[in-house]
Ligand binder design. Structure first.
Ligand code: ZN
Length: 342
């Protein structure tokens, strides 16, 4: 995308989405479950055109059948043939399965319709945990486990996740939330115990904070993860494995994790202006026993010099914390709107 146009597009899509969300109560109450139209790659799929109808949106298929767009006044959702990447008002979200072309029509897996598209576009159809009072922040790594390291800048991930966690805690407490950290000092915490702690204090939301690192020094940007839904592969691979067929406690909250993950990732990209690496899925060990919605933020790359230097700057970490807090507040506003539509 042309970088000079980005701030304007961000602002525009923010206003559009805010207006769109405020119009929730006007939408049809509950899109019924559509029957699959085809079995492709041994999976049930539905026609994108039918998805659009279910969501009261318009649909346009490109002339070359490569791209399908669902759109309404404030929302534009783009799907591409053979791609797991969906763009919601230009923000990146990864599907479990690639969109398929079949008999001249584009098809979406029913799994992705229920686990990604519906939570984002019609969250009011989901029931379950709708309050937000207690938030557990999980600063990644600690003690014996430093996480990723940038030697030339003298940075250890465990120090920066803790710093960011304290900043986020302060912002959320100011908004009246009850906030706990899984560690408040440089100590080793077993990943399993992080979720146990969140369960013990009856958290309504679990927020893991991490920074990224890869071999290639040019890779940069922000990504947010939620726990992979059952019967779909995590974003890092495309083949279904046995683990994918298991149901884990956090799967009871898939829709809410998806919604809060999207709001936080979108706010991070809007606020920081860094590369959008999208909303992704993984079965992280610290979430495997989690009994509430959860997200994991990878707030930039230690392995990219320019981004690591930004992360080292206090003003940038303040902004990162503010963006995460604001994403959570947007989520809470949506929960309130769903619970009290008038
Ligand atoms: Zn980490």
């Amino acid at each position: 995308m042309d970088t000079t146009a980005r701030p304007f597009i961000f602002l525009l899509s923010a206003i559009q989405l805010a207006l769109f969300l405020s119009a929730f109560s006007l939408l049809r109450a509950d899109p019924s479950l559509p029957r699959p139209d085809a079995t492709l790659f041994k999976k049930p799929y539905i026609r994108l055109e039918k998805v659009a109808g279910q969501l009261d949106m318009k649909y346009q298929l490109s002339k070359d059948n490569q791209e399908g767009v669902l759109y309404s006044r404030w929302t534009r959702v783009r799907f591409k043939k053979d791609s797991r990447l969906l763009l919601l008002n230009n923000y990146k979200i990864y599907l479990g399965y690639a969109v398929a072309l079949h008999s001249g029509q584009l098809y979406l897996s029913t799994q992705d319709y229920h686990k990604t598209v519906k939570p984002l576009l019609t969250p009011q159809v989901f029931t379950g945990n709708r309050k937000l009072r207690t938030i557990v922040i999980d600063p990644g790594h600690g003690g014996k486990n430093p996480g990723c390291i940038n030697k030339s800048l003298g940075m250890l991930e465990k120090d920066f996740t803790l710093d960011l966690a304290f900043r986020l805690k302060t912002l959320l407490e100011r908004r009246g939330y009850r906030v706990f950290l899984t560690r408040e000092s440089d100590r080793t915490v077993e990943n399993q115990n992080r979720a146990f702690f969140a369960n013990k204090v009856k958290a309504d939301l679990f927020v893991c904070l991490h920074f990224n690192s890869v071999q290639s020094r040019s890779v940069k940007g922000i990504e947010t993860y939620t726990f992979t839904p059952r019967n779909q592969p995590s974003t890092a691979r495309s083949r279904l494995i046995d683990e994918d067929k298991k149901l884990f406690p956090p799967n009871a909250h898939d829709a809410w994790s998806t919604l809060v993950g999207f709001y936080v990732q979108r706010q991070l990209i809007k606020t920081m202006g860094w590369v959008d690496r999208g909303l992704k899925r993984a079965r992280f060990s610290m979430m495997i026993d989690l009994q509430c919605p959860g997200i994991l933020v990878e707030g930039g790359f230690f392995s990219n010099y320019e981004e690591a230097r930004r992360i080292k700057t206090i003003s940038q970490r303040i902004q990162l914390a503010e963006a995460i807090a604001n994403g959570i507040l947007t989520y809470h506003e949506t929960l309130n709107r769903i619970t009290n539509p008038n």
